[in-house]
Design a protein around this ligand. Sequence first.
Ligand code: HEC
Length: 119
Amino acid sequence: MGHMRSFREFLMFGAAAALGVAGCRSLPPSKPASQWTPEEARGARIFAANCARCHYPTTTAGLHGPGLQAITKRKAMPSGAPPTEERLTNLILRGRGEMPGFNLDQDQLGDLLRYLHSL
Ligand code: HEC
């Protein structure tokens, strides 16, 4: 009996450890479209028109650029830079490496940033 119990504890510990590891790696899910604010919905349209050909928004899988799920909730973006409004604004307006810069006005940029925060 004692042997059985320690085996069960061993299994439970293993499961908890596995969950712990998965928990650290998994990012929070993106906000569903049904819950978008008007700003986020406008930002999503700007994303679809300008960014979607190179980025998946709701996974971390790469397309031409990295997947952007939880991009503003991570400590660092793939480049290593923190996802601050300033960094994101510079990146979007000026581009980086293979990513072109975009000619967006302040309102469009604001909506796009709100959308990126929802991912
Ligand atoms: C032509 C393809 C392309 C388009 C269009 C594009 N990107 Fe990118 N993006 C890239 C590539 C490639 C990288 C990786 C750049 C690097 O670090 O060298 C990248 C990187 C990024 C990163 C991570 C930056 C970092 O510091 O790691 C973000 C965030 C991003 N893009 C957002 C956007 C947004 C928002 C748009 C639309 C306004 C957009 N991208 C449009 C190709 C693209």
